[in-house]
Design a binder for this molecule. Structure first.
Ligand code: SF4
Length: 357
């Protein structure tokens, strides 16, 4: 059950009975908070509590439909971090995974940033720790560290330049060809960058996202054969789609039917496509937006098991608890944040960084 902290919001306004009645139904287990339906009563209470807290609610594209529908803004991680920095509200509720909320905090150090469940991690971000990165750097003195945005603030602070998959090639190409590059943590994106730049001094960390496992070359080839008229949309910023990006480049799906698109581009392409069927290589949460944007097109996941369990930890119960309790607060130590901010800002200055995952 959630602990109602009345010091966080004005008690008489919180104490309508509705919030307390709903909060009494919240359950908590290792898979997250549950016990609450994302219905109209819940939605009205979420809006009321967000107003009381002067909070804006941001939702990543891979969130559950109820969370996307209640949010003030839906988008990818960097776009949402920018929205957070410009928002007039002083509290940001970031419905996404932890590294994304950290990035929002790095770019908005003076705001209160809350995540509805801080256990919502990321297996890709977790595949390299700051200690491992420091040891790798010590083995390659003088190398330039390039990290994908799916990394913790502590890893970003040890990074020279962050990248998204949209600008990873440009970032690496901007580095003196004689200097070694340490690329982490995504091995698929790293392999893609090595192939495109032709550089053999790019060292790639062997990390990956757990959702990757479901999208492999055989599956893509089989899908291309089974759906000869379908297009393939790949969102390059999703950790789970970087393997598809790599495999599409390897020829596992006919090149003329592959579209590598940002979220906004994917929605535009969905409205414009003449294909009756589109296969989508990304986390399955994106299908909700695509089907809303183009109800007459048949959007199918390349792999319908490509669902991120961490993203789905942001449940209606978790969001309600977050707004009642003012938890979980995301804090980044100011020195780490300052160093991490530099690597993020260098990323933004190079090429087209896209929107992050
Ligand atoms: S889909 Fe993969 S990369 Fe994206 S948040 Fe989940 S675990 Fe991380």
């Amino acid at each position: 059950m959630a602990v109602v902290n009345r010091t966080d919001v004005r008690s008489n306004e919180l104490d309508t009975g509705v919030a307390n009645d709903l909060a009494a139904g919240i359950t908590n287990s290792s898979t997250g908070f549950g016990g609450i339906d994302g219905d109209e009563q819940w939605a009205a209470e979420i809006r009321r509590l967000a107003d009381l807290r002067n909070a804006t609610i941001l939702a990543h594209n891979y969130q559950l439909p109820a969370i996307q529908d209640i949010a003030d803004h839906v988008g990818d991680s960097l776009a949402l971090s920018r929205v957070a920095a410009e928002a007039p509200e002083d509290t940001i509720v970031f419905c996404g995974v932890h590294f994304m909320a950290e990035t929002a905090k790095i770019l908005s150090p003076d705001k209160t940033v809350l995540i509805p469940d801080q256990r919502a991690g990321c297996s890709l971000a977790d595949s390299i720790t700051p200690e491992e990165l420091q040891a790798w750097k010590d083995d390659h003195p003088g190398a330039v560290v390039v990290s994908y945005v799916n990394t913790t603030a502590a890893v970003k602070a040890l990074t020279d330049i962050c990248c998204t998959s949209s600008n990873a090639v440009d970032v690496v190409a901007s580095i003196d060809p004689d200097r070694d590059v340490l690329f982490c943590p995504d091995q698929f994106l790293g392999a893609h960058v090595r192939r495109v730049t032709g550089r053999d001094n790019v060292h790639v960390w062997a990390g990956e996202c757990h959702v990757h496992a479901g999208i492999n070359g055989d599956e893509l080839t089989e899908q291309a054969r089974a759906h000869p008229d379908a297009e393939l949309f790949v969102h390059p910023e999703c950790g789970c789609a970087t393997s598809a990006l790599y495999l599409a480049g390897e020829g596992a799906f006919p090149e003329d039917r592959v579209k590598i698109l940002s979220t906004g581009g994917m929605l535009d392409a969905a409205r414009e496509t003449r294909a009756r069927q589109v296969l989508v290589a990304t986390e399955v949460g994106m299908l909700y937006q695509l089907r809303n944007a183009a109800p007459h097109t048949d959007f199918q996941a390349v792999n319908d098991r490509a669902s991120c369990k961490y993203m789905k930890m942001i449940t209606p119960a978790a969001l309600l608890r977050c707004l009642i309790d003012g938890a979980d607060a995301v804090d980044v130590d100011p020195q780490t944040a300052a160093r991490a901010r530099q690597s993020v800002q260098r990323m933004i200055a190079i090429g087209q960084p896209g929107g992050g995952e």
